[in-house]
Design a protein around this ligand. Structure first.
Ligand code: SF4
Length: 451
């Protein structure tokens, strides 16, 4: 039987503790970053870190304590450390130890609203996640990211300058019939675009609810930026495959001109209920249905993330968001055998923690032998946040010297290679916050409405 994530009937507004336990023998870090990947102000901390003899908790944690504890003592309850589940083992294993929280993108986005007493949020994850917190934050709450070069490939392949020409042409053709639904994994500028069309943001757990809502209103949906999530959610709410239109993604998508199309192509677009921006997550797009079948044939329960291609989701036993996958394993009875198809660091952390509960976890892509290509990719960009980045930012904050490049404000466009950010002026920020909040708040309203 196939089970997909069900909408919650009772809303948990807290962040559930991951249950991660630090094991003395398991190294904190998987890989070190080269020194020249650190911004100038962070290099002295990185040099100290790189000189440590090993990456075991008993070595790394005392070094971190020297900087992190004074910073936490200085800010007390005003500071909140946050990390996403996909962070490499290093950060998820230590953020909770320092009183921080690990969450998926939906719960991360809500932290400033849920904790108005907290004034400084330090996030170890990718840019769009920090920006979503900043959009919903109050004027006295500040948001920082430990590494400004941490970007999501979905956000990178759907910059506003790429998507706007497509949105403008679709709006020009369909007017107010068009609504934009923006996946959480995108910039604030696209969330604002969704808000301006009366649309909503969605996450991997509620995309189907948001699409169903738009469909009930008879609107033509432009879904940005993840083609796989859009296709999976569209099929789930009953949109026929021939009513789903795939627009190109990335730079190519921005170059599309309707006037260059053949009339049959334009007809297909006119008939479509759902137009998908053609970007994808480089981590999730690599899974194949044969891998899922391999584990099912060996008696494993297989669960995957809906950013995987639809044929993969179709053959799995279940699919759902990061929180769903984590809780699915952690709540399984002892002796369960589960194959998980999602980001590699997450599965590695999950495997370690599940083993402590007598549950076997394998990565869906981790198949022995030459028959299958070996890959089980981690989110490399998210893992650009490591212990020296967290240590450096907290220490510089305590000393009143946190670099402005680490501050995240609504509407920032980040160059993920250099960390440079184009920032809106205060009026532009205010306008963006107003429009983006509309789409975020509509999602929250629809997600938290009793089902
Ligand atoms: S795993 Fe994919 S979707 Fe998630 S943050 Fe990384 S690149 Fe983005």
């Amino acid at each position: 039987m196939t089970s997909h994530e069900a909408p919650p009937t009772e809303i948990d507004r807290s962040v559930r503790t991951s249950g991660i336990v630090l094991q003395p023998d398991i190294p904190i870090c998987q890989t070190d970053l080269p020194l020249d990947w650190y911004q100038k102000e962070f290099k002295p901390y990185a040099e100290e870190y790189l000189e440590l003899p090993d990456r075991k908790p008993e070595t790394v944690l005392p070094w971190m304590d020297r900087y992190v504890k004074p910073a936490l003592a200085e800010f007390g309850d005003e500071v909140m450390l946050l990390a996403h589940y996909y962070m490499g083992g290093e950060i998820v294993k230590i953020v909770e130890r320092y009183g921080g929280k690990i969450a998926d993108s939906y719960l991360l986005a809500r932290q400033a609203v849920l904790h108005p007493n907290r004034k400084i949020f330090v996030e170890s994850a990718v840019h769009f996640m920090a920006e979503a917190i900043a959009i919903l934050a109050g004027p006295d709450q500040l948001v920082y990211i430990t590494n400004p070069k941490s970007g999501c490939t979905l956000e990178m392949m759907a910059k506003e300058f790429m998507v706007r020409p497509a949105a403008d042409q679709l709006q020009g053709r369909y007017g107010d019939d068009l609504v934009v639904v923006a996946y959480m994994n995108t910039s604030g500028r696209l969330k604002a675009l969704a808000g301006r069309t009366g649309g909503a943001v969605c996450t991997s757990s509620n995309a189907h609810r948001i699409l169903a809502w738009a469909r009930e209103r008879g609107r033509k949906i432009f879904f940005v930026p993840d083609r796989h999530l859009g296709e999976n959610a569209g099929a789930r709410v009953g949109i026929p495959a021939d009513r789903i239109f795939l627009w190109k993604g990335g730079h190519e998508g921005g170059d599309v001109r309707l006037e260059d199309w053949a009339s049959e192509e334009v007809d297909r677009l006119d008939r479509a209920e759902l137009v998908l921006w053609g970007s994808f997550c480089g981590v999730h797009t690599v899974f194949r249905p044969e891998q899922v079948r391999y584990w099912k044939e060996r008696g494993y329960d297989v669960v995957v993330h809906p950013e995987c291609p639809k044929p993969v989701v179709d053959v799995a036993n279940g699919s759902g968001s990061t929180s769903f996958l984590w809780n699915h394993v952690m709540d399984a009875p002892k002796g369960s055998r589960i194959a998980v198809g999602t980001e590699g660091h997450f599965v590695r952390n999950l495997r370690e923690q599940a083993a402590l509960r007598g549950i076997e976890v394998v990565h869906v892509a981790d198949i022995p032998g030459p028959e299958f290509e070996q890959f089980g990719c981690g989110c490399a960009t998210m893992s650009r946040n490591d212990p020296p980045h967290l240590v450096a930012l907290l220490d510089l904050l305590r000393r009143g010297k946190a670099p402005d490049i680490n501050r995240v404000l609504p509407g920032d466009v980040v160059d993920e290679v250099t960390g440079w950010r184009e920032r809106l002026d205060p009026d532009g920020q205010e306008e963006l916050v107003r429009d983006a909040r509309r789409s975020l708040e509509r999602m929250i309203e629809l997600t938290e409405a009793p089902s």
